[in-house]
Structures are given as C-alpha cells and as structure tokens.
Design a protein around this ligand. Sequence first.
Ligand code: FES
Length: 141
Amino acid sequence: MVTGITSSDAEHKMLSDAGYAEPAINYYLEKKYMGHIENADQVSEKVGSCGDIMKVYLKIDSNHLINDVRYEITGCAGAVSAAMAAVDLVLGKTLDDALIINDGDVFKVLENIPEKKHHCIQLAVKTLHKGIQEYKTKKAL
Ligand code: FES
C-alpha cells in the first residue's frame, strides 16, 4: 500500500525523534546556503575534532558587509543545520559584528539539537570566523 510518506517526511521524523527542534530540522532539510560561490572573496576550510570538514565561501562588499555565504560540508545533520543558521545570523552584518556571533546565538536559532551535536555548532562558527579572520588579514583590515 502506498502511504504517501516522502523521504523528507521520514528524515523529519528521524531528526525529531533524535532531539532536533523544528527550526533545526528545517535548516537541515532546506540546506539553503549549501554550495560554493564563484569568485568568492574568501574560501577557508576547517576540520572538526570529529574529523568532519567544512569549507566556507564568503562574498564581502566594498563596505565590508557580508553579502553572501555558502558552506560545503562533509558532516552530520547537526553540522548542516548549524552552518545554515549561522549564515542567517551574519548576512548583511559587518565583519566585526559577524565575529561576535557565538555558539549560543546559533543554538538559540536552532532551538534544540541533541547535546552530543553541540560541537558541530562550534565547528560551523569556527569555520565562519576563520574565513572572516583570514579575509581581514589578507586585506589588512
Ligand atoms: Fe562532525 Fe557533527 S559529528 S560535525
């Protein structure tokens, strides 16, 4: 019998059962900032303590505002949702304001993810901060 349950419904239920709140699940399923930016102003990469890898692409405008951010991620659902939420927190911000964003801010946006996934938030934030710092160093800002 056809039940009409899609794979994204099934993923949604699995994540919800695992302790992901609704916003975290939506960020993971939508993956709206996944990918890369052609002609990015900065590309930086970081490996987490778990061995997962994140690459961040930044587009910065002439006023040093963050215009666009994309992530490429080999990592878990926690990593993907945290990275996507981090982008929403920094788009349109100055580089220095984006550097103030921390793990707690991202957690608030996600509302909840399993406790053993909190280091994934850290990886998303650290990767973003590394990109911004490297861009600042390159441009002597
Ligand atoms: Fe490695 Fe989540 S377990 S980023």
